[in-house]
Design a binder for this molecule. Sequence first.
Ligand code: IPE
Ligand code: IPE
Ligand code: MG
Length: 249
Amino acid sequence: MTAQHTELQELPPDLKRELLPKHVAVICDGNGRWAKSRGLPRFIGHQRGVDALKNLLRCCDDWGIGALTAYAFSTENWGRPTEEVDFLMTLFQRVLRQELREMMEENVQIRFVGNLSALPGSLQEEISRSMEETRNNRGIKFTVATNYGARQEILQACRAIAHKVQQGLLEPDEIDEATFERHLYTEGICDPDLLIRTSGEMRVSNFLLWQIAYAEIYITEAFWPDFNRNEFHRALCAYQQRDRRFGKV
Ligand code: IPE
Ligand code: IPE
Ligand code: MG
């Protein structure tokens, strides 16, 4: 148990349980800058980023938030230096193997979204195993976007739907929002209520473009490895102050 896990396990009293987001999505950005600001190599930032994600998952679970989605690797991140990409793939694989038992104990249901078939075979195996083993867990739904790009997700949904129309399984006029959502990687997961981006960037970088239509966006200057329970508490306080109108008055 980490030191952080012993503090603020209960929902902080200034947060209203009934106003908590059901689903939080995070763009975990700033690992490299976190490392650079300490004179460390970028990969240390990625390692510390994993710790921050584990802590956030536990915090969501402790505070009764039912779903967490994290952006771990984008379709554009292949454009980074090979050593960094290789490091990340190996890191994901190692962490998954190490954490599976604990996720089972904590009843986490893990799911990966993205173009998984383009990931290294050994990582794909670890991903399949973790999704299979945690499939019936009824605790927090933890989704990891890996080789994920929202435009690609939308395109593959369009293709799948077009094939069904071509085969006569679906009429074009039957394609509504619910039909479309069933063809997204995130099928069965409710839309995020709150989208957090760390490290101060004011952009969504191809993340969940369909699903965040009405998400509240919260941006913090903190680099991802520094995103702890106090930071999350601040994000939730800000969220609870928002007036979610959904286009109404
Ligand atoms: C986010 O941190 C992690 C991944 C994209 C894998 P970055 O690696 O983007 O860190 P910065 O933005 O360069 O600081
Ligand atoms: C977004 O961060 C992707 C992930 C956090 C995995 P990036 O660092 O790739 O985004 P940009 O390049 O700043 O838009
Ligand atoms: Mg970045």
